[in-house]
Write a new protein. Structure first.
Length: 258
């Protein structure tokens, strides 16, 4: 894995990159992307995988221009142009899935496909999301997984001064982007029809953060999109059900190329 620190739109950005082939840009969720994880190895087997830490998160700077999710969307359009990427497979998880939608409604010129893993970003009447700002760090981890053993294993990882500082920085960034209104853009639903690339929406059946009933809300607004629900899975299908999730993503992308 190659680690880069690149200045883009005036923001020093930490980026992990590995693999070769068509570019795949992965947008992380609220917990950040401090470490290279097994699902990333799987994606990098067939693609040139790019995993940046968003401005305001982790090892990236917090630029003065960062005020809302739209600012991040325009940053990533600049990111794609900076590295001269084309035919990008854009994959976003949770907050990153919301961000991926915000990018795609602005421009799909450099995109070849869109994959949304339990995205935030919408509000559906009668379907209650968990207010992540009301959870303790430990409860937040427990809400992410369906399998409690995975949550406890994550909580058993030793904390360092750096990991604590990174967690606090990430929480501050999420609050800046999604405190009010909570984890959604009240205008996004009006523009999802602009997404004109093949789109896959993946959800864990037992998602306790954003219930899987949100899946049809996205597919109903993105023409031609398809929904796949993964059983015995919480909010992080790429982590909790890596084989099934990566298999679905690769089948989807392979079907586009065929």
């Amino acid at each position: 894995m190659q680690e880069l620190n690149e200045v883009i739109t005036g923001c020093r950005t930490r980026i992990m990159r590995q693999g070769s082939g068509t570019p795949l840009l992965f947008l992380h969720g609220a917990s950040g992307a401090a470490r290279w994880l097994p699902f990333m190895d799987r994606l990098a087997e067939r693609h040139e995988l790019w995993v940046p830490e968003h401005p305001g998160f982790g090892g990236s700077d917090t630029p003065a221009w960062l005020d809302n999710i739209g600012d991040l969307a325009y940053f990533y359009l600049d990111f794609i142009r900076h590295f001269r990427l084309s035919g990008v497979h854009l994959v976003g998880a949770s907050l990153g899935g919301w961000l991926a939608c915000e990018i795609a409604v602005r421009s799909t010129a450099a995109l070849n496909s869109l994959t949304l893993l339990a995205p935030a970003g919408l509000r559906v009447q009668g379907l209650r999301k968990t207010d992540i700002f009301m959870l303790s760090p430990g409860d937040m981890v427990r809400h992410l997984f369906h399998d409690p053993a995975l949550a406890e294993a994550a909580l058993a990882q030793p904390e360092t001064e750096q990991t604590i500082e990174t967690s606090l920085k990430n929480r501050l960034a999420v609050a800046k982007l999604a405190w009010e209104p909570r984890m959604y853009n009240p205008h996004l639903h009006k523009w999802l029809h602009r997404i004109d690339v093949p789109t896959l929406v993946l959800w864990g059946r037992q998602d306790r953060i954003v219930p899987e009933g949100y899946g049809p809300a996205f597919t109903g607004l993105i023409a031609g999109s398809r929904l796949r629900v993964i059983e015995q899975c919480g909010h992080l299908p790429h982590v909790e059900k890596t084989d099934e999730t990566i298999g679905a993503v690769q089948d989807f992308i392979g079907g586009i190329a065929a």
